[in-house]
Each structure stands twice: as structure tokens, then as C-alpha cells.
Ligand binder design. Structure first.
Ligand code: GUN
Ligand code: ZN
Length: 455
């Protein structure tokens, strides 16, 4: 981490999660301080408590005061494709057609390093504007797309997990590697970037249909050789895709079994979508400590299906689930929009996702899914100071609606239903102000409201 000699402090209402609300309940999982002080030294949080308790320790700190807003951990997007920033909102197709028509065309442009740099910078700037401070990111098959991404992340000192996509079949020739070249290129990228600054590497077989058995085997071997890296892929997103996997891997019990067979499940594995898992697959996800990335705007946009919250988070074993945008299948980089979409997707299954649970899934829950909960995702002593300030009055209609909010949960639910990147007032990366919205929250009409966590 880049050290800063500056001492930074933030003051204002603050919310973080100290536990999993699906396990302990919403109120017990939250820590809400109506007037908090956060002290930050060298990019890490060194104190977090009520302002009245800590104010004597604040001498020598420049305090940024946000009395009308809400300080939160930065959002964590557990599954997103930065090269698809340029095809977000592409019309009219289900997964496989959408990949062939739009995605695989756009991704070919990332052979050009300059193009990759441009899009990586747009993507990261948009993450900041959305309040997202960490993401698990797919690059393209080209190693230079990953170099460009980590370079851009390094320039912003953002904690990012990313990797070169592996695919050696069922894609245009210009987008394929081989089992050997994919292994070699990924290994070189691991050596160059993993653990350098705040960068972390994810071995990234795109999905089972675009890798041969030889490539999946090589990916498993690479993960064994570098066991502290991540592994990310897609699973059970779409019915046609699942039927295709059955054809391509007839000897495997199911889609997840393909990955299990090649040693690609376990801690720090990340599976995007996971909509149509059967019971043995749910059990394997739980028992292996694998993580699921729920991508609600993408699942709605492509017409893929409905993630089963009830099974994922209320079964016998806690399963690690993080929210994800999956841009460009997803339609927004805003985690507020993503939370709002996850509520709607859950309703189709008769489940009501509370605001506390949604904000947990976008912060601490996502960090737990990435096994990074000791570094990011919470406001607590020792955590990296990746924080955001949420403007609770970012549009006239939200401001009007907020005047009738009686509790923190209600206010959070309004934010996730109506809010977007306009609600990001400020973002701090490792304690340094990295983004500040053009207008301040001084314009809000309601003034400061101290909300009661218990109601
Ligand atoms: N499955 C394989 N590749 C992709 C992708 O780029 N986006 C989505 N949504 N699903 C995929
Ligand atoms: Zn995806």
C-alpha cells in the first residue's frame, strides 16, 4: 500500500457490519454511529467510535465532516468484466447470442494496449463514481489487457482482484489461447502483479464451454502452484448454457462438478450467477467454502433466471455470497442499483431482502466472499481505509421521500431502491480522497436526521 504521511479523519453518521445479518439478524449485525469519528493513519483505520469519545485523540488530524450523509465502507463488486464497459446496454439477446454478437466482438479490441488502457481508466473512474473501491474483474484473453488494468488500478492505489481470461475453444480465433500459453501467460502475470501494491490475481477460466479439459486441468494445476491467488469463473447462469455443458462434459455429474473435478472449487474461488444449482451443488459450494457472486441486473437483462436467496443464505450452512454488477451483461456499475435489482429478483422467489442484508452483501459480505474481510469491507480498527460517503438526498425525489423516513433501515431501503452513482458524495482510497462529487449535500432540504437503528 502506498503510505501517506497525512493523518486523515472523517466525521459523520457511519454504518458498518460486524456480523452476517442472515445469521444474527439485521440489528445485531449493524454498527451505526450517528456521529462517528474515524481516524486514519498511513491508509489504515486506527480508531472508530463516537465523536464525543474520540475527539481528544483527533488533534493533528484534518477532519472531513459529513453531517448530512452516511459514511460506509466502499462497495465491493465481486464479478465484473471491465472490457464490456463499452457494450453495456446491448439489445435483444440471451447469454450465448449476447456473447457472440456483442462481447466477443468488443473483447477483440483489447489486443491493442492503448485501447485497453483507455477502457480500464474509464472503468475504474466509473467504479469510484459509484462508490466501489474493490472489484473482482475479468480482463480479456490478451495478457496486455491485464497489464493495462493492473497499471490503472495501481495508479489509483485501489485493491483489485483481476485476471486474464482463459479460453481455448468456442470463441473467435482472435480470442483464444491454448492450455499451455494460457498457463504461461497467467503465471507471468501472477509473478508480475499478484501481491504487488494492492493488486491480487485471479486465475480466470471464462466458463466451462470455452475451455477444453486440458485447459481446465492446467488452470487447476496453476492454482495449486500459486494457492494464494483467486479463481473466478461462471456457473449455471442460463438453461441453454447448462445444456451445452452437459453435451461438452457428458462424464461429469453437473456443471459445478466440471470445476470440482479440476480442483477449481474451494476458498477464494468465485462463481458468477449460480442460478440453477441442484442440491448436491449447493452442498458442495457450502462445504468447500466457495463463493457465489449474485448478478441481479445481468440476470434480469439477459433473462437468465432468479438467484435463490432462500437456499443460499437460509440453508443449514452459511454460503458466502457477494453482490456483483456483471457489466456488460449487467446494466449498471452502481451497487445501489444492483441492491435494488437484487430485492426485485428475490421478490420473484417470494423472498424480501432487507436493506441491511443488501448493504451487507455489497460490503462485508462481499469481502467475506473474497476472503478479504480482514482488509476491506468494514469500518473497524486495522482495516484498510477504503470508505465512501453516501449522499442521502441525491435527487429531488429521494430528498422528498427521505423526509418521511423514520428509521435507518427505511432510509437505506429508499437509497437502494432509488439511488445510483449520483448518491456518491466522496470516496476515500486508503485514506486519501479519490473522488468528490461536484455538488455537496448542503443543498438537501431536510437537514441532518439522526435515525434510530432499533426501529
Ligand atoms: N459466461 C461466459 N462469459 C460471460 C460473460 O462475459 N458474461 C456473462 N454474463 N456470462 C458469461
Ligand atoms: Zn460475467
Amino acid at each position: 500500500m502506498t503510505n501517506t504521511t497525512n493523518k486523515t479523519a472523517m466525521r459523520g453518521p457511519a454504518l458498518t457490519f460486524v456480523n452476517d445479518p442472515f445469521v444474527v439478524g439485521d440489528v445485531a449485525a449493524m454498527r451505526y454511529l450517528p456521529d462517528a469519528l474515524i481516524l486514519i493513519d498511513n491508509g489504515q483505520i486506527t480508531a472508530f467510535d463516537d465523536y464525543s469519545t474520540l475527539k481528544e485523540q483527533a488533534a493533528g488530524y484534518a477532519i472531513d465532516h459529513y453531517p448530512n450523509a452516511l459514511i460506509l465502507p466502499g462497495y465491493i463488486d465481486t464479478h465484473v468484466h471491465y472490457p464490456q464497459t463499452q457494450v453495456i446496454g446491448s439489445y435483444g439477446a440471451q447469454l450465448i447470442d449476447w456473447l457472440n454478437t456483442y462481447t466477443f466482438v468488443a473483447e477483440q479490441q483489447f489486443a491493442d494496449t492503448q485501447h485497453a488502457k483507455t477502457v480500464a481508466n474509464v472503468f475504474l473512474q466509473e467504479c469510484l463514481r459509484a462508490g466501489t473501491t474493490t472489484a473482482a474483474v475479468y480482463c480479456t484473453v490478451h495478457p496486455q489487457s491485464t497489464d493495462a488494468f493492473f497499471q490503472a488500478a495501481t495508479e489509483r492505489n485501489m485493491r483489485m482482484v483481476a485476471g486474464k481470461v482463459l479460453m481455448d475453444r468456442n470463441a473467435p480465433a482472435a480470442l483464444t489461447d491454448t492450455a499451455q500459453s494460457g498457463y504461461d501467460d497467467s503465471e507471468a502475470l501472477i509473478k508480475k502483479w499478484h501481491g504487488k501494491g494492492r493488486n491480487l490475481y485471479a486465475i480466470t477460466p471464462r466458463f466451462a464451454p470455452s475451455s477444453t479439459e486440458a485447459q481446465l486441468e492446467a488452470a487447476g494445476a496453476l492454482w495449486q502452484a500459486y494457492p494464494d491467488t483467486w479463481m473466478q469463473t461462471h456457473v449455471s447462469e442460463d438453461r441453454k448454457e447448462i445444456a451445452w455443458v452437459k453435451e461438452l462434459f457428458p462424464e461429469r455429474a453437473g456443471y459445478l462438478d466440471v470445476y470440482q473435478h479440476y480442483g477449481l472449487t474451494g476458498p477464494r474461488s468465485l462463481f458468477g450467477h449460480a442460478i440453477f444449482l441442484d442440491e448436491p451443488e449447493w452442498e458442495h459450494i457450502a462445504a468447500s467454502g466457495s463463493g457465489l457472486c449474485h448478478c441481479p441486473t445481468s440476470n434480469a437483462f439477459l433473462g437468465s433466471g432468479f438467484f435463490n436467496f432462500q437456499r443460499a443464505k437460509h440453508g443449514d450452512h452459511a454460503i458466502r455470497v457477494g453482490l456483483a454488477t456483471d457489466v456488460g451483461g449487467g446494466t449498471s456499475l452502481s451497487m445501489l442499483q444492483t441492491m435494488g435489482a437484487s430485492y426485485k429478483i428475490a421478490r420473484f422467489g417470494g423472498y424480501s431482502l432487507s436493506a441491511a442484508k443488501a448493504f451487507y452483501l455489497a460490503t462485508r459480505g462481499a469481502a467475506e466472499t473474497l476472503y478479504l474481510q480482514d482488509q476491506i469491507g468494514s469500518i473497524a480498527v486495522g482495516m484498510e481505509a477504503d470508505l465512501q460517503v453516501l449522499n442521502l438526498h441525491s435527487t429531488p425525489l429521494i430528498d422528498f421521500r427521505m423526509q418521511r423516513c423514520e428509521s435507518l433501515q427505511e432510509a437505506l431501503f429508499v437509497q437502494m431502491t432509488m439511488g445510483d452513482d449520483r448518491a456518491t458524495q466522496a470516496v476515500y482510497i486508503a485514506g486519501e480522497l479519490a473522488y468528490s462529487a461536484p455538488s455537496s449535500d448542503d443543498a438537501c432540504s431536510t437537514g441532518r436526521r439522526v435515525m434510530n437503528l432499533a426501529t
